[in-house]
Design a protein around this ligand. Sequence first.
Ligand code: PEP
Ligand code: MG
Length: 758
Amino acid sequence: MTSGAVEAARNILTGLHEVMASRSHAQAKLNNVVEVIGGCLDSEVCSIYLLREGMLELFATRGLAQEAVHVTRMAVGEGLVGMIADKIETLNLAEAAAHPDFSYRPETGEEKFHSFAGVPIVRRERAVGVLSVQHVDPRRYEEVEIEALQTVAMVLSELIVNADLIDEEGAWSLSAAQTGPEQLHGLSLVKGLASGVAVFHQPRVTIEHVVAEDTEAERQRVILAFDKMREQIDRMASQAEFGVGGEHEEVLETYRMFAYDEGWTRRINEAIDSGLTAEAAIERVQQRTRMRMRQIDDPLLADRMHDLEDLANRLLRIVSGQIGTAASMGLRTDAILIARNLGPAELLEYDRRRLKGVILEEGSLTSHVTIVARAMGVPVLGRVRGLRGVVREGDQLLLDAEQGTATVRPSAGITEAFEARFAKNRERQAAYAALRDVQPTSLDGKRVQVMINAGLRDDIANLSLTGADGIGLFRTEFQFLVSATLPQRERQTRLYRDVMDAAGDKPVVFRTVDIGGDKTLPYLRHDDGEGEENPAMGWRALRVALERDGLLKAQARALLEAGAGRTLNVMFPMVAEPWEFDAAKAVFDGQLAYLKQRKRLLPEAIRYGVMLEVPALADQLDLLGPKISFLSIGTNDLTQFLFAADRSNPKLAERYDWLSPAILRFIRRSVRSLDGFNVDIGVCGEMGGRRLEALALMGLGINRMSITPASVGPIKELVGKVHLGEIGAAMEGWLASPPADLRAAISEWAAERGIHAD
Ligand code: PEP
Ligand code: MG
């Protein structure tokens, strides 16, 4: 808050204090309140709308026609007031009538007022009303005035509840009416199926008192709470479950940064200065953070803001003494955790045996909590809009994070169908898990390498869980994505070394950072600072690494040091021309020479490889043949470039088939162009993890697949059922004169041999 806002809020609060202390009844108090606020903000109009029977009703006004009081009513979502309540958002307009949601109410006589500002009155994270001001002149309200309004809205929520002006459950009535089954849709962040009872992560902290009696005492409470919270974070950092190093450490570093952030403490103190209690001040600052968060488009920055929210919740619980999350009370039954968002540390506090799934209103694929959940093997559905409006504590839930849905309060029929699927899924998983120690070998006795893709420390465990042949793609940029700052070289070395230690004799292929494009880092900006129109085809991967060669140098050194005394596999992404490989390798050679000069222990052998992702490289592979040890076909990018179809555009997701002659012929041609060279060829895109696609790849002579860990079992099982000579011959025939539907032909071929498609 600015000092102006502090003063404006304080003036209003002093006025309100008197009103609230008075013995008059609720309606009279509200009438006084609008006078106080309107007067202090020099606004002709000040109105309070409260939620009654699901409608927003004008309860008190200064400036609008008094006949409209208790007459003007609007639905949540209707008009400007309805929109503020619906979205729990502030509006500040110079010309209200120009807003598309403006709905004119003649009985209020509001036509002469131009400017409009409104804030939601929030109780337990739901809007229970709206406070608005209007002015004759078309002017936008100053930020200080808006902040003051927001503070006042908090006080009003206390007044309103204490005065019984709304039924406290009123705000819930809309959702309470919904008792039947309901389906929620979201984004699968971690795939899997789960069923359980809805448990709210945050048993809501109810702020009992908003206006402070003694500002100095409130200040002290906040200081103590901060101390306690910092202690908790520091303790967490030293706890063994987080391990040392790696992304957990990065997360906690971000936490520490916020916990000691002076700006945050200052804002809370300013809110206390304006007359709020410690709880209200924390919540006030948090509300503001949330509002700003909504305006942030950058997903990485938004993730950091979630970390801050996580901490603010912690602080609020400490200061109010309502310390327990659902985790601290213990899960008594199989649970699906419900939260707006969740911090990774908070997720780790849950009993893993009882925690079956997580559903978030927010969340993203790169958020810390998703990464941790993936490592814990807990399915997560994110971006479920209106989640907490539909689900209630204790509701039965079926989570299908394969298809991106969840069913609340399912009927017996739905549950039965889900359970059948679930059981089948479990059976299959168990059968696949039993293949852990099986060496995937084809019917004609050829060994096929099935490796996993990984990128984080926690993924390493998947090597022994799946019995995979190694890590065929280690996406080193993941470490960069989960860090608040550029990971220092030592930290990179530590991660790479740990990964190789854990892999033992099994190979690990480290791909140098594929950063840029859609994987932007807030701390690594494009020179012009602008977003790119076509990021996937833009300044990314090796293109960034060669231009910012400090980045690649540090990574090269980290890899060389970590690989001391062993075989190091290095792979370059997005190579389009042979010279790019040469330039990247030269960076490694430079670092190698440096280490040699200092007589440091070097890797026993270094194997260099490239990814085939850019079609232009295909016609020049023979030029690279003598220089590289391996080639990995990145079908995710390769397909999008071959078909000119953005891989992240959902509209195109189903349009082109991996089992199309275009792709298969392209891969065949690329593979053949390396005949006679000593180059291992494999595939590391998602294509290799799908059974029919993997079958087709084996038909093209590919015998190394690096895939998502969950696919290792299904692909191992497949390999055991395939005669490579036979599929090779069939593939020749299909590609020579492709049938109208190649997928159908391959599928039929497979079915005849007892191979199911998924
Ligand atoms: C690919 O493009 O196929 C690949 C494996 O790399 P990524 O998915 O990380 O772009
Ligand atoms: Mg790629």
